[in-house]
Design a protein around this ligand. Structure first.
Ligand code: UD1
Ligand code: CA
Length: 505
């Protein structure tokens, strides 16, 4: 197949069809975002816009993917390399236009060996386009032995888009940019999505003829349509009904609309897969999240990143979990969690803050107003109310009393607290780390544990209590408390406990 021969695509595709190559355009400035972050790096649904575009591209199992960059080149290229390192980064030069971008992309793809077969072009700022749609486009293109197949959509308001001008027989004559179109051409509602399948050799040779003689002084990729047709190639349109898939994010209003629609698709997908979502409108699920059957998500739940939720778990209301694994049958109520594991049958919340490294064992509990970080909690152990557990290890079936704190930070370094199994700690115990509590040990209420506690010991660190008799009447005379104290003393003047010095014992 000669790259000079634009009719080469009319030859039957013999043998194993070659996989397509993909060029993702991401050089544009995206000024309408009004952001210091390049447009294609703005995230929706757990991936950047260009991340979504690359996911769709890689879904084609392509031979190669090239991404064309220019605006904020280093940031965009660095991001692409981090999410899809196989991607070939192509720098667009100062010549503007989609035609130039594709031409340079193709030159790079050709570098090792001239590309043959199908070249797919997509945009880095069109995040809902699916791999399935790209597969259909390629299939349609290759079946029809087309030179060019344009993915198009019928829009109520086509303003701004390139219009698809069709011949009597339905083939595509040209794509006319809005700024270059006549009144009559502007009345056409079928628009160019900017996503195409090209025959590689037709694309290569046609791009050589593209000029910048148009209203915007840019090399238009869309000119390839007329050029290829002029050389006898067939140009077809593949109309997509689902217009969201070809919608780009140009400003933050469109970004939010696309995010909302992507989320609608995610929640619907998971409901169809057996997840109960009580209020899909307030439930947000990243594309990277995994949910099992019979998971229940209550209103106001957001699941982000690599979060995985196993069967029968109930999450919410009002919980935000990022990179959290939730075990089978666990309950997580009003919780903010990041980088944590919650064991099977465990319960968390309400009003709980799980920080990275929290690992709660099966049937364990982290209750109300708890903060945890870098702590391994064994099976059946409970931290029920009001406390902080950080840089710690707790064995099995231990009960950590209300208000316990691991004082892990001495102002310079962090230290570990190690608590054994079947330990019972009194309310308001402070573990001044580093400290180790043996199996079956107890601590008294208010204990400040500065030394290791051997297995089976009771740790007490409080000073004996002394009662100063009559203190309120003497020191707070005339107050309601003094009056109450006086009344109580009058009615029970010889009352046993209250009149005795109790610090003798
Ligand atoms: C382009 C199409 C138009 C189509 C519309 C769909 C052309 C000439 N026009 O118009 O027919 O209806 O998309 O959204 O192709 N880009 C580069 N390098 C450049 C210019 C653009 O990589 O030099 C990238 C942009 O980052 C963007 C995409 O190409 O992802 C489209 O560019 P944009 O300037 O938005 O094209 P439109 O004028 O909207
Ligand atoms: Ca655009």
């Amino acid at each position: 197949m000669s790259d000079q021969d634009p009719d080469a695509r009319t030859e039957p595709i013999g043998g194993t069809p070659t996989a397509p190559s993909v060029i993702v355009l991401a050089a544009g400035a995206g000024t309408r975002m009004k952001s210091k972050t390049p447009k294609v790096l703005h995230p929706i649904g757990g991936a950047s816009l260009v991340g979504h575009a690359l996911n769709a591209a890689y879904g084609l199992q392509p031979r190669a993917v090239a991404a064309v960059v220019r605006h904020e080149r280093d940031l965009v290229a660095g991001h692409i390399e981090s999410v899809n390192p196989q991607t070939i980064i192509v720098d667009q030069d100062a010549v503007p236009g989609t035609g130039r971008a594709v031409q340079q992309g193709l030159e790079h793809l050709d570098a090792e060996e001239p590309v043959s077969g199908t070249v797919v072009v997509t945009y880095g700022d069109v995040p809902l386009l699916s791999a399935a749609t790209l597969k259909e486009l390629v299939h349609h293109h290759e079946e029809g032995r087309n030179a060019v197949t344009v993915l198009t959509a019928l829009l109520e308001d086509p303003a701004g888009y390139g219009r698809v001008l069709r011949a009597e027989d339905g083939s595509v004559l040209a794509i006319r940019e809005h700024k270059d179109a006549t009144e009559e051409e502007r009345s056409v509602r079928e628009v160019n999505s900017g996503i195409y399948a090209f025959d590689a050799s037709v694309l290569r040779s046609s791009l050589r003829e593209v000029t910048s003689e148009n209203a915007q002084g840019e090399m238009y990729l869309t000119d390839v349509v007329e050029i290829a047709r002029g050389h006898g190639g067939r140009v077809a349109a593949f109309v997509i009904e689902d217009r969201w898939q070809v919608e780009g994010a140009n400003d933050r209003v469109q970004l939010a609309a696309l995010a909302r629609e992507l989320n609608r698709r995610m929640t619907e997908r998971w409901m169809r897969a057996g997840v109960t979502i009580m209020d899909p409108e307030t439930t947000w699920i990243d594309v990277t999240v995994e949910l099992a059957e019979d998971v229940t998500l209550l209103p106001g739940t957001q699941l982000y990143g690599t979060t995985v939720v196993h069967e029968d778990a109930v999450i919410g209301p009002d919980s935000t979990l990022t990179d959290v694994v939730v075990g089978t049958g666990a309950h997580v109520v009003r919780t903010q969690g990041t980088g944590a594991r919650i064991g099977d049958g465990a319960t968390v919340g309400p009003f709980t803050y799980l920080r990275p490294g929290t690992d709660l064992g099966a049937d364990g509990k982290i209750g109300a107003f708890y903060e945890t970080k870098n702590v391994r909690i064994g099976k059946g152990s409970k931290l029920s109310h009001l406390g902080y557990a950080g840089d710690a290890e707790i064995g099995e079936y231990s009960n950590i009393g209300c208000g316990n704190i691991t004082a892990n930070y001495d102002g310079v370094n962090k230290h570990r607290t190690v608590i054994g199994s079947h330990v019972r700690t009194g309310s308001n115990t402070v573990f001044a780390a580093p400290v180790t509590i043996g199996d079956g040990a107890y601590t008294g209420a208010g204990a400040v544990v500065r030394k290791d506690v051997p297995a089976g010991a009771l740790a007490l660190s409080i000073a004996p209590q002394r009662n100063a008799e009559g203190w309120t009447l003497q020191k707070r005379a005339g107050t309601a408390a003094a009056d109450a104290a006086a009344a109580a003393t009058e009615t029970k003047p010889e009352s046993s406990d209250s009149t005795q010095e109790s610090d003798h014992s």
